[in-house]
Write a protein that binds this ligand. Sequence first.
Ligand code: GDP
Ligand code: ZN
Length: 454
Amino acid sequence: MLSRHADPIAAIATAPGRGAVGIVRVSSPQDLSPLILAVCGKPLRPREATYLPFRDAAGVAIDQGLALHFPAPHSYTGEHVLELQAHGGAVVMQLLLARVIEAGAGVRLAEPGEFTQRAFLNGKLDLAQAEAVADLIDASTEAAARSASRALGGALSHEVGALRDQLIQLRMLVEATLDFPEEEIDFLEKADAFGRLDRLTAQLQAVQARTRQGALLRDGLKVVLAGQPNVGKSSLLNALAGAELAIVTPIPGTTRDKVSQTIQIEGVPLHITDTAGLRDETADEVERIGVSRSWDAIADADVVLFLHDLGRVGQPDYEAEDERIRARLAGVDANRIVQVFNKTDLGAAPAGEIALSLKTGNGLEALRRRLLQTAGWQAVPEGLFIARERHVQALARTAEHLALARAIAEQRDAALDLLAEELRLAHDALGEITGAFSADELLGVIFSSFCIGK
Ligand code: GDP
Ligand code: ZN
């Protein structure tokens, strides 16, 4: 794909279907004047909307609309960009797209994300910002959209940049010291290299926490409702979703398959799956398939709500079945399981446990809070930015290398070359977030700006 970077590309930039206005966008590393003359009939003043007819090859108007020309580099992609805003019907859009492909030399259809990819390649956006463009479009809650917009504005990149600047300073110190082995430790101590490393680590931890929240906001949380038939799983899904989504019925085993629904609590998307009853022994083939799928969903869940029916708690058959489910849940991380005692109108919940009545609604609010807490969600801090699992992973690797660097530094006769190497690896991991890699950056500053002195 990178090798095709030089082609002019075109696409319909607006959503498919009918709209009041539709936009065809062209981006090209070459001057677009010939294309503009052919389609618009006259040159366009840069960045000014001009109302005119768009012409086909015979000079006949396809539609009237606004034409906008953004000469390089002051455009979204950093290349020459032409935008034609016409009436948004599918036919007009297709005709206009076909026309720019025909009239522009070498213009081809853009691949998905290609405009944004060019913006990245031309330094208009860094990698984290380019990802935020997609996240903004896909955002499933308002909070996620706002945070994506903040990431697009460079919030994550800014935080990562601040970490990187400090890491570069530290690397300069350590690498410069490598050349003066007889004084190395002395020098590093004077320059407070290890204090710097500790402060950098603390700051990294704060960014990690915010990035984890951002990733949670983007990806949401997988919640599974587990428990015997008739304990109230479907009722709970309905209550959380605020709509009659699953079929609620008093006949045990009637929820035969997973039913999933995405809801939000405080802007965090929760993907909730109502599992079929988890009875192991059932004669019904359809139910058996449902049970097996339920266990798959549980293995994949961030949080499992294990429901119990207070109307039946204490009955031998019921307890035996709950025990069986409990035994099978033993493989799931205990921190991810929340015990929920439903139907408090029929019996009392054990002390300290989550008590719920879906009949009266009592306890639902407490359960919502518990859900977010189990997911690791803290109250939305100011300036939250959306992030991806990729960013969380890259920061975790950065932290690992910093921790190794610290461990090396603590040894007597610390091997400074190993320390330098860990810092370099931390720098690389950090650079993956914004797509800036360390080598060039570091070469530019190391030794040239740094003068070791007594
Ligand atoms: P599921 O099989 O686990 O999905 O259970 P359902 O949600 O279908 O509920 C089974 C039955 O229990 C339905 O008749 C519900 O109306 C009833 N139910 C659910 N929650 C409560 C509750 O808190 N109190 C009482 N008394 N009945 C409830
Ligand atoms: Zn159900």
